[in-house]
Design a protein. Structure first.
Length: 155
């Protein structure tokens, strides 16, 4: 049996822009189908929104996305919650973080720098007690990324 898991991100009208942003960060190809592609009349508001979006890279990274019908907004804090560091702890009301690990600081630094464009930095990418590099940010689309260098026990 072969089981895989793919993160499916839900957006409020920005799924297409988010997928294009993630393609600029990770490379790969984006496939998008709209509500209109599945039969919604073109004159209905939202027909151009993403009902199925997929980023797929050659090295196996996959992100799926879609636009929640009728709820367009760019206020990511209102729709996705918030995360912050306080007194050495991560305080959040989000239901998940997206983890991104690489084998070296140089490898994750490139991705960190790209994701950080327009992001809120929660914890800067730096050496930690458990990793040669660890950082946390919420990108411009409201997704919180935990970025780190995989250690011997967590690869």
């Amino acid at each position: 049996m072969s089981i895989t898991t793919t993160t499916h991100l839900n957006f409020r009208g920005t799924a297409r822009q988010a997928l294009e942003f993630y393609r600029s960060v990770f490379g790969g190809t984006v496939s998008i189908a709209t509500y209109g592609d599945f039969g919604m009349p073109a004159d209905v508001p939202g027909a151009d929104k993403v009902v199925f979006g997929l980023l797929h890279t050659g090295d196996g990274l996959r992100l799926m996305s879609y636009d929640i019908p009728g709820h367009d907004t760019t206020d990511t804090a209102a729709i996705a919650g918030a995360t912050r560091r306080e007194n050495g702890m991560t305080i959040t009301d989000r239901t998940f973080f997206q983890s991104l690990q690489g084998s070296s600081l140089a490898e994750v630094r490139v991705l960190w720098d790209a994701l950080a464009d327009g992001a809120a930095i929660i914890e800067p990418l730096a050496a930690s007690a458990w990793s040669a590099g660890f950082g946390m940010l919420t990108d411009r689309y409201g997704v919180t990324w935990v970025v780190d260098v995989a250690g011997p026990g967590n690869r």
